[in-house]
Design a protein around this ligand. Structure first.
Ligand SMILES: NC(=O)c1ccc[n+]([C@@H]2O[C@H](COP(=O)([O-])OP(=O)(O)OC[C@H]3O[C@@H](n4cnc5c(N)ncnc54)[C@H](OP(=O)(O)O)[C@@H]3O)[C@@H](O)[C@H]2O)c1
Length: 283
């Protein structure tokens, strides 16, 4: 049985979902989402920057699954941040997703007028356009700045997180706000060395699972929210088939020992502000 996490605002998020980063708008995103929904997945993670929100909204409608049974996360890009401005951006998102509300709306990056944007996000919660609000990639002192300024504390912090980069210090920093971690690059963006680690191969044999399933199960037991990306239906089926076994405390410890500070995304905050800030997704 799939698991849920109760967020600091009382909403219940399915702990496992499908991520659609780098999946092109149109047939590929549509098929990935509809296949996942047919397999029982109830959580999709997209973003304005992925340029595929329309192809997330359509299969959700076409599936016939009640809207309240599917969790949709999307993210604002920094050019949309600012009091007054962010409200318009949220309205455009609702139109692209063809939905009355967004389950979880995140600030995608930690630059631009994120404090102004947060005020509009809080207004959107009060207006019923958004259920839950959170942040992504806030790892500098800007994390505390926004958490302290917020009337509604961020429900989640979405960051790179996998066995080589487990984010334990960050978890301690956000605990006082009741904020929880969502893991991006949960299987290292498909990194073969990470996936091929001997401990995963041994545990995969023991449980009759794949190495990727062992990594995803580790995330679940670490209380991380995960949404690996796949456009391969066999991978989708396997990734979701992780709720019928449990790693022991000792095995969890063995995987924790892989934490070595290795990130797969290495861009300084200055580079991000320069390069990513110069780019705007189309409406
Ligand atoms: N907030 C942010 O800034 C941010 C940044 C990055 C990502 N994200 C979110 O996190 C999600 C996941 O990150 P990601 O997509 O970059 O990395 P990921 O999920 O760690 O890895 C995806 C890669 O693993 C492969 N894969 C998936 N399942 C597999 C399986 N069972 N066996 C073997 N290979 C498998 C996929 O290929 P196939 O398609 O061939 O299966 C793809 O190449 C994104 O889609 C997005 O929603 C957020």
């Amino acid at each position: 049985m799939q698991t849920y996490i109760t967020l600091n605002d009382g909403t219940k998020i399915p702990q496992f979902g499908l991520g659609v980063y780098m999946v092109p708008e149109g047939e590929q995103t549509y098929n990935a989402v509809i296949n996942a929904l047919k397999m029982g997945v109830r959580h999709i993670d997209t973003a304005h920057a992925y340029q595929n929100e329309r192809s997330v909204g359509r299969p959700v409608k076409d599936s016939g699954i009640p809207r309240e049974d599917v969790w949709i996360t999307t993210k604002l890009w920094p050019h949309e941040y600012g009091e007054g401005k962010t409200t318009d951006a949220i309205d455009k998102m609702l139109a692209r997703l063809d939905t009355d509300y967004i389950d979880l709306l995140l600030l995608h990056q930690q630059f631009g007028d994120y404090l102004g944007a947060w005020k509009d996000m809080e207004k959107a919660v009060k207006a019923g356009k958004v259920k839950s609000i959170g942040i992504s990639n806030f790892e500098s002192e800007r994390l505390e700045e926004i958490c302290e300024a917020a009337s509604i504390k961020p429900s989640v912090l979405q960051v790179e997180c996998h066995p080589y980069y487990q984010q334990n210090a960050l978890k301690e920093r956000i605990a006082k706000y009741g904020t929880v971690i969502e893991s991006w690059y949960p299987i290292g963006h498909g990194d073969k060395i990470l996936i091929g680690e001997a401990v995963f191969t041994r545990l995969a044999e023991k449980y009759g699972k794949s190495n990727v399933q062992i990594i995803l199960r580790w995330h679940i037991q670490e209380s991380n929210i995960v949404f690996p990306k796949t456009t391969n239906p066999d991978h989708m089926r396997d990734n979701f088939d992780i709720f019928d076994f449990e790693l022991t405390a000792e095995e969890m410890g063995e995987i924790r020992a892989l934490d070595c500070g290795k990130r797969f995304f290495n861009m300084s905050l200055e580079q991000q502000e320069g390069q990513l800030g110069a780019w705007h997704p189309a409406d």
